[in-house]
Design a protein around this ligand. Structure first.
Ligand SMILES: NC(=O)c1ccc[n+]([C@@H]2O[C@H](COP(=O)([O-])OP(=O)(O)OC[C@H]3O[C@@H](n4cnc5c(N)ncnc54)[C@H](OP(=O)(O)O)[C@@H]3O)[C@@H](O)[C@H]2O)c1
Length: 284
């Protein structure tokens, strides 16, 4: 039987796919742009057109599939957007779904991940939720523009600390779970990096790695919001969600360090310094 990976071209999905291939699993890589998936994974996967908002795409994607990596594309803000596909998984007797959730949602009902976890559980689908901290890829991705162009980290996180995790480590954890569905049935795993860092420390590490002086600008919420909407042209809804997340971060919700990654994989998660060295080009 095969494993369906949704968001297979995304930060986490591409590592889930790569790790499952290494484990000898047969992967169906899914997304709205199957050609992109063929370009990334060549003939190592079955690439399939799949859209959460198009119920007609579910049947083909679930053909001969008994396990699923489920992720919520960031622009689908309502938990209900994922319910039709979760219903389809229920009818299909999926043996394990590993949902890409968020650290702390077991106690925080505001992010959509909370309701999505509950919906999967209520339907009785065997689950292994993965609740990661903030991705290191946020810094090498969306926030790298200001680092490259202004030597500045422009994030409204105040003095808070974050236990950043590399999406590669999340992908490996998910693959371990999906590879042993009986062992991890009805479990939840809070996956973090090895240490909690504030953005001054992130700036120091990036300065060392790039050889340039990089500073943390520490903007307020309004300045950040205006800049990302007006200057960067990002969608208002997306920026508003990030403001809410940085508000929560300042409340201390992103700083816990766990050893769930080690328990699952027997390995130590990548440090931010290792990540920055590996992804130096993103900051140059
Ligand atoms: N960033 C963080 O720090 C963080 C921390 C914890 C949890 N999370 C959660 O992680 C999730 C994002 O994961 P990610 O960063 O790996 O994703 P991502 O890199 O933003 O990629 C999004 C993926 O979704 C696919 N997609 C877009 N629209 C789709 C649709 N309508 N139907 C099906 N697929 C669609 C895209 O592929 P196509 O374009 O080919 O369709 C792409 O592969 C979010 O739910 C977020 O809340 C993020």
């Amino acid at each position: 039987m095969k494993i369906l990976v949704t968001g297979a071209s995304g930060n986490v999905g591409r590592y889930v796919t790569g790790e499952l291939i290494k484990m000898g699993e047969h992967v169906v890589a899914a997304g709205t742009n199957p050609q992109r998936l063929k370009d990334i994974f060549k003939d190592k996967v079955d690439a399939v057109y799949f859209d959460f908002t198009d119920k007609n795409s579910y049947k083909k994607a679930l053909e001969n599939v008994d396990r699923v990596f489920l992720m919520r594309p960031p622009h689908l803000g309502k938990p209900e957007d994922l319910y039709p596909f979760i219903d389809a998984m229920k009818s299909h007797n999926i043996r394990l779904v590993s949902f890409l959730s968020l650290m702390g949602v077991e106690k925080n009902t505001i992010p959509p991940h909370h309701k999505i976890e509950k919906y999967i559980e209520e339907l009785g689908i065997p689950y292994a939720h993965v609740r990661p901290g903030f991705f290191m890829q946020n810094i090498s991705g969306v926030h790298s523009v200001e680092i490259r162009e202004k030597n500045q980290i422009f994030i409204p996180a105040g003095n808070s600390k974050t236990s950043f995790i590399d999406a590669e480590d999340i992908g490996f954890s998910v693959a371990v779970l999906l590879h042993s569905p009986e062992k991890y049935k009805n479990s939840a795993h809070t996956i973090t990096g090895p240490e909690a860092l504030d953005y001054y420390q992130i700036a120091e590490i990036l300065s060392r790695v790039t050889g340039r002086k990089i500073t943390y600008a520490k903007p307020g919420y309004l300045k950040y919001r205006r800049y990302y909407i007006k200057h960067r042209g990002l969608e208002k809804a997306y920026v508003n969600v990030t403001v809410a997340l940085y508000f929560m971060t300042r409340m201390g919700t992103a700083k816990d360090v766990t050893n769930d990654y080690f328990k699952l994989t027997g390995k130590t998660p990548h440090s931010f310094e290792e990540f920055a060295i590996k992804n130096k080009d993103c900051f140059m």
